[in-house]
Design a protein around this ligand. Structure first.
Ligand code: PRP
Length: 183
């Protein structure tokens, strides 16, 4: 669905589907340059990374492999605790592979910090992160995100994989949620 389909649910449209694809074009070109001559394994983190994984992989004009992890944060509330449980592990052996983790969003960075530590122990040849969106707190995170799409404000942002209560992931654009939806 598009922002126009759920206009009253959004207080603002931050990035349109076209703007997201344009940014992905730039990022894909940079990734192609950086991984020239090397096999590339994209590791998507379910569920949010579904959209960016599908679009980034198809924007690339070279081969790549894809695998998926599903993880869940322990703890209650909306803030991630940094303690992560693996619900679905990779099918691929990472030893000697050039791995690019694909995330929809880095917020506190705690999920990513755990994930990077876990994946590093599997001895990949290289390990980098691509995140379509970054929240302000991510700047204090110990994890370096090499490829960042867009910075977001500290608000309820939905769309392009980002959900609120399980909804809005299938919104093509990205926008801030209207307070009447969550208050
Ligand atoms: C989101 C996102 C990251 C994590 C980032 O996942 O996909 O994995 O939160 O938050 P952090 O930087 O504060 O750790 P979420 O747990 O919401 O699950 P989802 O991908 O299924 O939406």
């Amino acid at each position: 669905m598009d922002a126009s389909d759920i206009r009253s649910d959004l207080s603002d449209v931050l990035y349109t589907a076209d703007e997201i694809q344009q940014r992905l074009d730039d990022m894909a070109a940079q990734i192609e340059r950086d991984y020239d001559g090397r096999e590339l394994l994209l590791v998507g983190v379910l569920n949010g990374a579904l959209m960016v994984m599908a679009d980034l992989s198809r924007t690339l004009t070279r081969h790549c492999e894809m695998d998926w992890m599903a993880i869940s944060s322990y703890g209650s509330g909306t803030q991630s605790s940094g303690v992560v449980r693996i619900l679905k592990d990779l099918n691929t052996d990472l030893a000697g592979r050039h791995v690019l983790v694909v995330e929809d969003i880095v917020d506190t960075g705690l999920t990513l910090a755990y994930l990077i530590q876990n994946l590093k122990s599997r001895n990949p040849a290289s390990l980098e992160v691509m995140a379509m969106f970054r929240k302000p707190d991510a700047l204090n995170s110990p994890v370096t995100v090499k490829y960042v799409g867009f910075d977001l404000p500290n608000e309820f942002v939905v769309g392009y994989g980002l959900d609120y209560a399980g909804r809005y992931r299938n919104l093509r654009d990205v926008g801030t949620l209207s307070p009447h939806v969550y208050s």
